[in-house]
Design a protein around this ligand. Structure first.
Ligand SMILES: Nc1ncnc2c1ncn2[C@@H]1O[C@H](COP(=O)(O)OP(=O)(O)O)[C@@H](O)[C@H]1O
Ligand SMILES: [Mg+2]
Length: 232
């Protein structure tokens, strides 16, 4: 069996608002092993982003157990989560989230700054070449297409050599063809570089290409048949 990277037991995330509590993730039991490519699917509001953020230590959990890369972070404070994220986890978002005033090369190097690691021009250039942007390294985000921006974001996520890449609807803001290219790049990184990938997607075609699909409904993991995936 491959190395266990994430294990959850009865993981719950509740958003406590002024007058109501929203159970966004409920009793999730999950194991993620090295080399997996997991797609989290389900209708809008089913808890995909909240589950991804919980696994990626982008948010504290409400109850249950969460172990990430051998660390029990069930009750970890934000500061401990930050350290784990910066050192070992990579993130890609639907909106790319590039810094508009920085070039592609500078955007890619930014996580090194937060991780207090030395700037590494060579590796940043290599990564930009790896994602097919060798000719765009000095471009600003506004000078790049949507697909190119997402490629920069992927290179940026990889600069710290994360053990797991988390991607929240990485193709959600791209048209079908470009979205499939970005997904293909993530698949290639998974297969060739053995990068573990956990992504959320609305796209059943892309989900079906993942090594495993997790269907969510009302915050719970459900079987494919119960997922009502085909009703939206
Ligand atoms: N920061 C938040 N504060 C309060 N409620 C939230 C917050 N983020 C998400 N929710 C709620 O939690 C539920 C799950 O949301 P989310 O994880 O974003 O679902 P999905 O990504 O599947 O669309 C929804 O009911 C949503 O309104
Ligand atoms: Mg979402």
């Amino acid at each position: 069996m491959k190395e266990l990277l994430i294990k959850t037991e009865k993981l719950n995330k509740v958003y406590k608002l002024l007058v109501e509590e929203i159970y966004a993730v409920r009793d999730v039991d999950l194991e993620v092993r090295a080399g997996e490519f997991i797609a989290i699917m389900g209708p809008s509001g089913s808890g995909k982003t909240t589950l991804l953020d919980s696994l990626g230590c982008l948010t504290t959990i409400t109850s249950g157990r969460l172990n990430v890369l051998g660390k029990d972070v069930s009750q970890a404070r934000e500061s401990a989560l930050v350290a784990l994220r910066r050192k070992s986890l990579g993130f890609v978002f639907q909106d790319f989230l590039l810094i508009p005033t920085l070039t592609a090369l500078e955007n890619v190097q930014l996580p090194l700054l937060f991780a207090r690691a030395p700037q590494n021009n060579t590796r940043a250039v290599e990564l930009l070449e790896r994602v097919g942007l060798g000719k765009r390294i000095n471009h600003l985000p506004k000078e790049l297409s949507g697909g190119e921006k997402q490629r920069v974001a992927i290179a940026r996520a990889l600069i710290t050599s994360p053990k797991i890449l988390f991607a929240d609807e990485p193709t959600g803001n791209l048209d079908t063809k470009i979205g499939e290219e970005i997904f293909g790049l993530l698949m290639e990184l998974n297969i060739k570089d053995n990068l573990t990938v956990i992504m959320t997607t609305h796209n059943p075609k892309l989900g079906s290409l993942a090594s495993r699909v997790i269907y969510l409904k009302d915050g719970r993991i459900v079987s494919r048949e119960d997922s009502s995936l085909f009703t939206y």
